[in-house]
Design a binder for this molecule. Sequence first.
Ligand code: PEP
Length: 246
Amino acid sequence: MRERIVIANWKMNGSREANALWVSNFLAEPVRLSCRTVVCAPFIYLPELTEACRNTAIEIGAEDVNENASGAFTGEVSAAMLADFGIRFAIVGHSERRRLYGETDNRVAMKAVTLVKNGIRPVICVGETLEERERGETPAVILRQLNAVLAVLKPESIGAIAYEPVWAIGTGKSADPATAQTVHAGIRARLVQAAPEAGKLTPILYGGSVTPENAASLFAEADIDGALVGGASLNAQSFYSIGEAL
Ligand code: PEP
């Protein structure tokens, strides 16, 4: 059985007060979710959130990491620092970081490697832009992004792959389940090619305008093992409902 996971990506949102309320609202839900539940938050909130969620069903993750071990990288946070605070998940290669901060496939792969070295599960985002989709380049783009990671990591070291079509992020226009499944099946095939047994077990999450309304139809697809959720994760009840649909 493959692990099923929902991951919240709060991005640059939150406050100490709002975060505490989110945690108490989520934990007020009477039934514990059957899937794994991870909240990725801005670095500065990670220690406080880790304390607030100790011995609960919520695990805390980072939204990024620097690929270097230590040194003159002003403003950056290393994987060892995250591990020092008990962080066990981190997102890398989010399209906002690729687009706004020029992160290359190679840099994303190096970030994943430093996480693995420090015992942290990388959640690796891949996804095509609208222009790339319209040019029929989706499979090639996903393969290129995935190959950069598989050149340096085995599938068993990958915490999860998140397929996030750039055109679906924050737009309210989710990929329809069949479209997402086609890409997920391609990712699965490449993982299995790299490692016939372990490749079957890597969770592949979908991200891009997932809501409580569309989650169940996405999760019904064979290779969609969960979701990376942006906007809808800012509301604890909405995020819980997405987890319930899994
Ligand atoms: C994201 O940014 O990872 C994301 C999936 O955002 P949203 O759910 O808001 O589309």
